[in-house]
Write a protein that binds this ligand. Structure first.
Ligand code: AMP
Ligand code: DBH
Length: 540
């Protein structure tokens, strides 16, 4: 089972000839920046400020400490950190070693972490002591029991019986470095089948998307980027995110609290120029700014992506926040689309942007993979210089998720405007997009099916005025039906991330079926949407 599906030779050659793949590594990028802008502030984290020189020194020291533990090129290390400066020090150390971080999100719990650790056969888990009231050391203990390959647990903060990250800052020694064509990191897919897949991204392809994104977003050494979303997510990491800022030589400001009170003050204090939000947060910011009239004068660009931004909300952003809206439609598998900063207002409001690269190939096809006429709505397929050709060790899934000529089936339903901009019209994948947090229906269904009183279950999206979508589980119960709260407690006890717990449970006697006898999820979505209509009209 291959860890990485390479691009065919002729494609790889072309991407190099075009100057997209430049042979630079992520570790090399930081070294260059430390040389060119060593004294400039790279990261602001609370009251701490790290210069590029300091970040580089820390990464080199940690790489040496991790090597002392036996972490080598190609080893997988699950990293689960909140928005703290150490997130970048740790990852640059791993990039230098050629070890592959697996980017867990802070919200993930035992079920997700044991899946990542097991699937990746991770040798180490790097996390924090306590985040948002949750003790990650307890999680680490449970993981240790469940995943024998996991040799090291490293903690940022109070390590208790584990290894303190602070004890790994060794005097740097020269270490062998990876090639730019090697895998650099494993991103997570939102998943549409049972469990989320890992996405191998190379230094070459990831850095191409980062450099090109920084250019599209007008980043410079004067840019100050506020990292509001979880730092490990592909959007705030690479679109252009923190890596784009490091490429440009600007400053990344971290926050662990994306609420308007804290972030507005931080924007004013640090003179933040750009940040990235998911649509629900954008709505909260808009509503808060109506009351607060905070000083957001430094903010020039607000990126919104991860889920569809409604046109009504999109229209308010420029006038009410005093900055340029940029819609971002991306995926950790690769393809990222941006509205351009000089696009007309209607295009920015009404589309999800166009691809980064002239060599991103985009197809809109029908259910049989036949291309549709220009402008028609259909399945979005893509391949290109930074879109993977296969998930990590998932041959069966890859056979379904990619066409034989290497296009990734995004699972999104879209249409393309004459200038190349895409409009996302829906989704074919069995997933709920809960305000940017992706929930694979099948994963949650499998957990619910493990409950002794559940005979069958179907999880579908229901409309929500704030998140766009929430999840609703239709359950066929056995004798003595369980209560909804009981099912949710059952899921939490199985160690599932909170955002995957169904927002609503509806008990039914049977499911509607399609003509071929499958559960008709569309009919279930319609049922719950109709049932909710009165609530929707009164909420917000
Ligand atoms: P993932 O594959 O988990 O990285 O999630 C990527 C998916 O998020 C895309 O395939 C879309 O379904 C969804 N998505 C991301 N950005 C947007 C957007 N701006 N509008 C609509 N859907 C989006
Ligand atoms: O939702 C996403 O995964 C996403 C959204 C915007 C993404 O991966 C990205 C930009 O890079």
């Amino acid at each position: 089972m291959s860890a990485f599906t390479p691009w065919p030779d002729d494609f790889a050659r072309r991407y190099r000839e075009l100057g997209y793949w430049q042979g630079q590594t992520l570790g090399g990028l930081l070294r260059e920046r430390a040389a060119s802008r060593g004294e400039h502030c790279a990261i602001v984290c609370g009251e701490r400020r790290w210069s590029y020189a300091e970040l580089d020194t820390r990464a080199a020291a940690l790489a040496t400490g991790l090597a002392r533990l036996g972490i080598r090129a190609g080893d997988r290390v699950v990293v689960q950190l909140p928005n703290v400066a150490e997130f970048y020090a740790v990852n640059f150390a791993l990039f230098r070693l050629g070890a592959w971080p697996v980017f867990a999100l802070p919200a993930h719990r035992r079920t997700e972490l044991s899946h990542f650790c097991g699937y990746a056969q991770a040798r180490a888990y790097i996390t924090t002591d306590i985040d948002a009231g949750f003790d990650h050391r307890q999680l680490a203990r449970e993981l240790r029991g469940a995943v024998p390959e996991l040799e090291h647990v490293i903690i940022v903060g109070d390590a208790q019986e584990f290894i303190a990250l602070d004890s790994l800052y060794d005097a740097p020694v020269a270490l062998p470095e990876p090639a730019a064509s090697d895998v650099a990191l494993l991103q997570l897919s939102g998943g549409s089948t049972g469990l989320s897949k890992l996405i191998p991204r190379t230094h070459d392809d990831y850095l191409y998307s980062v450099r090109a994104s920084a250019d599209i977003c007008g980043l410079s050494a004067a840019s100050v980027y506020l990292c509001t979303l979880p730092a490990a997510h592909n959007f705030p990491l690479s679109s252009p995110g923190a890596l784009g800022v490091f490429h440009a030589g600007g400053t990344v400001v971290l926050t662990r609290r994306p609420n308007p009170e804290d972030t507005f003050a931080l924007i004013a204090r640090e003179r933040v120029t750009i940040t990235a939000l998911v649509p629900p947060l954008a709505l909260v910011w808009l509503d808060a700014q109506r009351q607060q009239r905070a000083d957001l004068s430094s903010l020039t660009v607000l990126q919104v992506g991860g889920a569809k931004l409604s046109e009504a909300v999109a229209r308010r952003i420029g006038p009410e926040l005093g900055c340029t809206l940029q819609q971002v439609f991306g995926m950790a598998e690769g393809l990222v689309n941006y509205t351009r900063l000089d696009d007309g207002f209607e295009l920015v409001i009404g589309s999800q942007g166009r691809p980064i690269s002239p060599h991103d190939e985009v197809l809109i096809v029908d259910d049989n993979d036949a291309p549709l006429p220009p402008g028609a709505t259909g399945h979005l397929l893509t391949r290109g210089p930074y879109t993977i050709r296969g998930y990590y060790r998932a041959p069966e899934h890859n056979a379904r998720a990619f066409t034989t000529d290497g296009y990734y089936r995004t699972g999104d339903i879209a249409r393309q405007l004459p200038g190349g901009h895409l409009v996302v019209e829906g989704r074919a994948k069995d997933q709920i997009n809960r305000g940017g947090e992706k929930v694979a229906a099948e994963e949650v269904e499998n957990h619910l099916l493990a409950h002794p009183q559940v005979a069958d279950v179907a999880l579908v999206a229901m409309p929500d005025a704030y998140l766009g979508e929430k999840s609703c589980a239709f359950v066929i119960a056995r004798e003595a039906p369980p209560r909804a709260v009981e099912l949710n407690r059952f899921l939490r006890e199985r160690g599932l991330a909170q955002f995957k717990i169904p927002d609503r449970i509806e008990f039914v006697d049977h499911f509607p079926k399609t003509a071929v006898g499958k559960v008709d999820k569309r009919a279930l979505r319609d049922t719950i949407a109709e049932r909710l209509t009165p609530d929707r009209l009164t909420s917000r």
